[in-house]
Design a binder for this molecule. Structure first.
Ligand SMILES: NC(=O)c1ccc[n+]([C@@H]2O[C@H](COP(=O)([O-])OP(=O)(O)OC[C@H]3O[C@@H](n4cnc5c(N)ncnc54)[C@H](O)[C@@H]3O)[C@@H](O)[C@H]2O)c1
Length: 311
């Protein structure tokens, strides 16, 4: 099968790797040329980590997957390639207006038979499906990070998604060695509806000075079996994506628990974005041995602290 993938950031690369490893041709594009130029190296690294983890005894596994990936610096060339694809997968920023605008531009140019998948982590499928003009063939496939190592994929049909689209999507994902499960079309679906308020609460407790990064993660890891704990997970998701997800979930639900904490906003402003930027809740100078940071300077005790943090 052939996939057109729009967006080559953290999750885009995960999907590109997953598709290419499982025998599919992948055509990809990103508005940011820097992101696009990192695709080959990023996907090879991901495929190599899969080969290592699952003990794949095949010296050509990584290069064969890489040979199925084509990147396009030119949008029109990407759209021309997408016309021959079976699935158009959107993996751009978590912003409903942006996604709808982009889909209204790309999808009407593709043949009707092309399925539209969105990797959104929290947004309503219906406006995206309408914007793209093919609601029967539109569906959410919310993969987890890192896609090639986390099997779960939330499958969220919209009001007009056809049974054929659901069946095709489930079977294609199963064939790609994923574990699809149906989830409701509510803000955050199933996984993030439960997870995001918890992650934001953890940041609030940190900014109240009630918990430290290291203790928080040791606690969740050793008591609930969370492999990373909440703060390390924040760093993998990245602060800008957490901020976008929280804000969109807040706007969709009006639930104050979803409102992004000041610390998250401040970390984005200060460039403390997470693992990929070298600094977040952890210092990632040595990626194999991240060190929990002392973030006591983010503790808010008085109104003056808030005003000070806004500067
Ligand atoms: N980061 C996670 O852990 C995670 C997990 C599950 C789902 N998601 C979802 O996946 C999607 C992408 O998240 P990400 O973490 O990969 O973000 P990211 O910031 O790493 O990548 C997004 C990419 O989209 C590109 N982009 C933005 N606007 C574009 C446009 N108009 N045209 C083409 N490219 C454009 C950006 O240049 C960037 O490379 C979001 O919807 C997010 O909520 C993220």
């Amino acid at each position: 099968m052939k996939f057109a993938i729009l967006g080559t950031g953290i999750m885009g690369r995960g999907w590109i790797t997953q598709c290419s490893m499982t025998g599919h041709e992948v055509h990809c594009f990103d508005a940011n040329s820097e992101s696009l130029s990192g695709v080959a190296a990023g996907c090879e690294k991901l495929a190599a980590s899969v080969a290592k983890k699952f003990k794949i005894d095949d010296p050509d596994f990584v290069t064969r997957a890489a040979s199925r990936i084509t990147t396009y610096q030119d949008k029109e060339a990407f759209i021309a390639a997408a016309k021959n694809c079976d699935v158009f997968l959107e993996v751009i920023f978590e912003d409903l207006k942006l996604k709808c605008k982009v889909l209204a531009e790309y999808l009407p140019q593709l043949p009707e038979k092309v399925f539209f998948w969105s990797n959104t982590s929290s947004l309503d499928i219906n406006p995206m499906a309408e914007a793209g003009g093919r609601p029967e063939r539109s569906i959410i496939t919310h993969g987890m990070n890192p896609v090639p190592l986390m099997p779960g994929v939330e499958v969220v049909p919209g009001e007009k998604t056809s049974a054929q689209t659901v069946a095709f999507t489930r079977q294609t994902l199963l064939d790609m060695k994923k574990a699809p499960f149906l989830a409701p079309n509510i803000p955050g679906f199933w996984v993030n509806r439960l997870l995001v308020p918890q992650m934001l609460d953890a940041v609030r407790l940190l900014e109240q000075g009630k918990i430290k990064v290291e203790d928080g993660d040791i606690g969740l890891n050793t008591s609930l079996g969370h492999p990373q704990g909440t703060f390390k997970l924040h760093d993998f998701v990245t602060a800008p994506t957490m901020l976008r997800v929280a804000l969109q979930m807040y706007q969709a639900s009006n639930d104050p628990r979803m409102y992004p904490p000041l610390t998250l906003m401040r970390m984005v402003k200060n460039g403390e974005l997470g693992a990929s930027s070298g600094k977040g809740f952890y210092d990632w100078s040595d990626p194999r041995n991240p060190k929990a940071r002392d973030l006591s300077h983010y503790v808010i005790s008085t109104a003056e602290d808030i005003i000070d943090q806004l500067k």
